[in-house]
Design a protein. Structure first.
Lengths: 451, 451
């Protein structure tokens, strides 16, 4: 028996665990599913004979060490900042580690020790980061192997609601951590490269500088730029490209409407609102509007945002029940961002039968034998239900597949790494196709920014 | 002889030193003017027999202690964060201290020791903070003494260019640290109270939410809110007011135009621009605009800002020579804010014969015997020349006057303090009138926000 310890049994672990349990008999696997909440861990075992649940407090040093010592490989689905102590124990007990999180500086610092112990610490192998890396590196390496020269790389990814569950004016529901959606784009200007020129966009203009995308069968999308696209130059070996842009996908019209919250200051997470516990939604809104003796909150809002009452932007606000004076915020010492998250959750929480959707869209520009070409690579994945969501599948399956490949000696290169090498992405992308994660690649003339 | 040690002999020390030298014979004063740059200190002595210059590195502990030990009172005109070591030495050698800076937490922590040694540490006694405190507390205390109840307090202050030197479309020149002007409003939402409702304005909307002010003989001004008006509740004893607002004064139209830089992201000081040393002003501007194959920087700018070429906003940008491709930024690893400061300095630096202007406008709302009243208190001060600027006068004179009052035993209450007590503000406001700092107070019916 090979023992896999999975730490963190939250939403993103569902597909990961089901995959490994399905293979457990054939592959001789034993799963220990650990969570601070034993109940959650228990439910995730699906009562499978090859799975057991463990109540684990990762801050309990002894208990954590004992659990890790018994495993052959550890999967950490903890929040990113909690991986590091698990990682250090993995070195101590010589266990491989797999995570879906960005490599932190602390994690990178372990590289020498990981290599010295001949261990694989595979990170960034979920969706974004994860499938985006793998599907991009596949095309980039194919271009290079043919003797082509990369000119441009644009990459877009979004977690959205499936068309059949798309029932509101924002064409959006929370399919992942709502807090991250509210805070998206904060913390510094977006930086990217367009046709050789470095471009910078401040937060206050981020949602007004979108790009359009079209996906056959799914219609038109938009994307706003991610914070730092430039670091992918070195990671993907794209030192000579003139365009490098990564963005987040939404349905067209979302960003323009979201920008209203940005302009009003409702996404701010740096201070708390006085009396947030007892204030109504309407009072919350009024905090961001000028005082007027007689004008209504609605009138002041339209005036400030310069929109008419028959503007679809206005209808989007009304749909959220923002102006309700009976609904109470009921959060103690909350920031504007926390209050906005609560208001949006009233409207944007997935309903029992709702499905989510993941969209990835890469554009690769390259030159081959003096001719410029472009490859567009697109992937759409729809969730099965509220447990096996598209998000849980796309985050969890690559983690599960990588874990098995490491246990089976198919991924052997030691060190702290991300999935940009062929021995990793080739088998995983191939296997993901069986699970509905299919990239459709189209070759076309190079458009660049000529359109 | 009473010895006054003045540490820091920069621009804001001119009027301060001249005032004390003028009184030095009658008041038996000896001034030691200390600066890291001996030349600057020397020039500020005006070759007066009662002044001597000292080259002082305040990080040289021995030298600093020796200078402070010889003084009867120390004036620190250093940047705010450098006062603390001077203050500690003042306690050690039992010397009074005067500064024009906000009381830092570290400074406040010295209060017990300062009191134990029966010393006066007077802070916030320049212009803003300083004259604003004193002129406000005078009216607030008068209202309270008459049995009135304060309802509202609004206070506005601005350092501007004098009408006779107002020669550009922005009606603005740098009369004080340009860096602070570029960074104004950053670092958190503005918070204030209007008619009982707490209001919050994010940075991206700060310069679009201005109030208008009218000053007889000087025309119309506007003001944008300062970061935190609420702390003045406790400082000024205004616990029951329904309106509390402090703002920065500009000539009408400045803020709307400044907002273009905010929206473009040019005021950001949190990252550095690659190649800032060799890029042209035009390239700098283009970094904040979308890529286009053929559109000019000018066209892209107008499109992004949604302005026509005959809009005065556009002319304001052109006046700054922003689109010049021959002017080079020539700053290494500079932030957008640093580059913008340089570009603006080309246009906004005071010329040899230019004069500056300080404007303060307070509005006090109160109820007396069942009737609501309002007092508007206004002050305009114009500089003499480039040395004895309005800024140098209004910052330096109260510091000088307070120093003399302390030496002469007129200000005696020990402790770390700011000038909100009558024994401090009454003589200083009175004497400031002789130097052209006159507040004109008008009583009128209470307007509140009814207009």
């Amino acid at each position: 028996m090979r023992n896999i310890l999975i730490i963190g049994a939250g939403r993103s672990a569902s597909s990961l665990i089901r995959y490994l349990l399905d293979k457990s008999t054939a592959e001789d696997l034993k799963l220990v599913i650990a969570d601070i909440d034993l109940d959650i861990a228990q439910r995730k075992t699906l009562n499978h004979p090859n799975a057991s649940a463990l109540a684990l407090d990762i801050f309990d040093i002894k208990q954590r060490a004992a659990a890790i010592e018994k495993a052959n490989l550890v999967v950490s689905m903890l929040p990113a900042h909690l991986h590091i102590e698990v990682a250090k124990d993995c070195i101590r007990f010589k266990k491989h580690l797999v995570t879906a999180s960005y490599i932190s500086e602390q994690m990178q610092d372990l590289d020498t020790a990981v290599k010295a112990n001949n261990l694989v610490f595979m990170n960034e192998i979920g969706l974004d980061p994860g499938i985006d890396h793998m599907s991009a590196m596949k095309v980039i390496n194919e271009v290079k192997e043919k003797g082509g020269k990369m000119l441009a790389f644009e990459s877009f990814c979004g977690g959205l609601v499936a068309p059949e569950s798309d029932t509101n004016l924002w064409n959006y529901k929370f399919t992942w951590a709502p807090r991250n959606v509210v805070l998206a784009g904060q913390g510094g200007a977006a930086k990217f490269l367009q046709e050789g020129t470095l471009k910078y966009i401040p937060y206050c203009n981020l949602f007004r500088r979108t790009e359009f995308l079209e996906v056959d069968g799914y219609g038109k999308f938009e994307a706003y730029p991610n914070r730092d696209s430039l670091k992918y130059k070195s990671v993907y070996g794209l030192e000579d490209v003139v365009t490098l842009y990564r963005g987040t996908i939404r349905k067209v019209g979302f960003s323009k409407a979201w920008n209203m919250f940005v302009q009003l200051g409702m996404t701010d997470d740096t201070y708390t609102i006085e009396n947030s516990e007892t204030m109504s939604y309407r009072q919350f809104v009024n905090s961001f509007l000028p005082y007027h003796l007689s004008d209504s909150v609605e009138s002041k809002m339209r005036l400030l945002l310069k929109i008419d009452q028959d503007d679809i932007m206005w209808e989007k606000l009304v749909e959220l029940d923002l102006f309700n004076d009976d609904k109470i915020v009921a959060l103690k010492k909350a920031s504007p961002a926390q209050i906005l998250e609560k208001i949006l959750s009233d409207s944007w929480t997935l309903q029992t039968n709702d499905k989510d959707m993941i969209v990835i869209y890469h554009k690769f520009g390259y030159e081959l034998e003096g001719v410029k070409h472009q490859i567009d690579s697109k992937m759409v994945c729809i969730g099965e239900d509220q447990t096996y969501t598209a998000m849980a599948k796309t985050v969890g399956l690559p983690v599960a597949m990588a874990s098995l490949l490491i246990l089976n000696g198919k991924i052997t290169q030691p060190g702290v790494q991300l999935p940009i090498r062929k021995e990793v992405y080739e088998p995983i992308l191939k296997e993901l196709e069986q699970y509905g994660v299919n990239f459709k690649e189209d070759v076309m003339p190079y458009y660049g920014y000529k359109l």
